[in-house]
Write a protein that binds this ligand. Structure first.
Ligand code: UTP
Ligand code: MG
Length: 315
């Protein structure tokens, strides 16, 4: 709890993310809309998290995302307050840049609207039970410290990691979470107008779980689930279905080490495509489970004080 309180995003962090760039850089695009997505909006952000953004161009301005991002990159290079804009040609291309003189990083994509929808889905899960935000934040810190939380290096994106935690909490004998997509399909319809998406997620009441486990027990259980119980070779992690699904023959899952399906018809863990990285991930789960089970002390798997000091030093 202490770690969570020191690391969770503050309202001043959000204000900074919302206004610094949104106003200055995009004010002239009157027929486009800028959405803040990812952990700045889903309730699972740390003070050090980047700010993910999606620029939604209206129909008549839709074009190749790379083309639009390259144009923005040229524009940003001429601005004194933007540092080092980099075009990253991933499956969803992004323009990554920093605010000059600060460590706040921005990732901008074009028209990846599924990211707006799943941000608010995650937000609903984050607030469904008081334990969700602290446990996810600690697990994100653990994964970062264990060097298994970097999709650009072939390990887990934060998005994948969060879905793995939600799945674990859904599949306990006494679940801590339900499938919100199943219980409230009208709030998460993929056809809902984009502007209504943030509103939709506000009408979901907290989930009343009979599971009274402590954060410590849930953390240990999470590590154990992926260290020992989960069958990586034959199952898909499904948050939509709130259970592990047997892998079918779909090309999405064939020859994939980790399969996670949230919302979109996609394997969000596709970044893990090297066997060695998959082995590293499993090793970290197994080792951390062993240490935490033995010591029952968070410090045995994460240097808590150091992480708190790093986050507290951010402004
Ligand atoms: P991140 O993996 O950066 O997650 O994806 P995050 O919640 O912002 O975590 P931190 O705090 O920066 O580490 C950002 C957003 O990109 C979309 C999701 O909307 C996610 O919330 N995304 C990411 C996808 O839609 N699919 C993916 O495979 C990855
Ligand atoms: Mg992010």
């Amino acid at each position: 709890v202490e770690l969570f309180e020191a690391c969770q995003q503050q309202s001043s962090d959000l204000t900074r993310r919302k206004f610094t760039y949104a106003n200055q850089l995009f004010v002239s695009l009157s027929d486009a809309r800028l959405y803040l997505t990812g952990s700045s909006m889903n309730g699972l952000g740390c003070r050090s998290s980047d700010a993910d953004m999606c620029l939604v161009m209206s129909r008549n301005r839709r074009g190749d995302a790379i083309h639009i991002l390259s144009t923005l990159q040229r524009l940003f290079r001429s601005l004194s307050y933007v540092d080092n804009p980099q075009l990253i040609r991933a499956k969803v291309p992004i323009l990554r840049f920093r605010e000059k003189g600060s460590d706040l990083e921005f990732d901008l994509n074009i028209n990846n609207t599924v990211g707006i929808r799943n941000t608010f889905l995650l937000r609903s899960y984050a607030y469904a039970d008081l334990r969700i935000r602290p446990i996810i934040l600690v697990i994100k810190k653990w994964a970062r410290h264990s060097q298994i939380n970097d999709a650009s290096k072939g390990t887990l994106s934060s998005y994948t990691l969060v879905l793995m935690v939600l799945h674990y909490l859904q599949t306990l004998n006494e679940p801590v979470l339900p499938s919100l997509q199943k219980d409230y399909p009208e709030c998460f319809s993929p056809f809902m107008e984009l502007d209504l998406v943030p509103e939709g997620s506000k009408h979901i009441p907290p989930y009343i779980s009979r599971n009274q486990s402590s954060l410590g027990d849930l953390l240990l259980g999470f590590l154990k689930y992926y260290a020992i119980d989960f069958r990586w070779d034959s199952h898909v992690i499904s948050v939509r279905e709130a259970r592990a699904l047997p892998k079918n023959n779909s090309h999405l899952w064939r020859n994939k080490y980790i399969c996670v399906e949230p919302f979109e018809n996609n394997n969000v863990a596709r970044a893990v495509h090297e066997k060695s990285k998959f082995e590293t991930i499993k090793f970290q789960f197994a080792e951390s489970y062993r240490k935490l089970e033995q010591k029952k002390d968070l410090d045995s798997i994460l240097p808590v004080r150091t992480v708190i000091n790093e986050e507290s030093s951010r402004r």
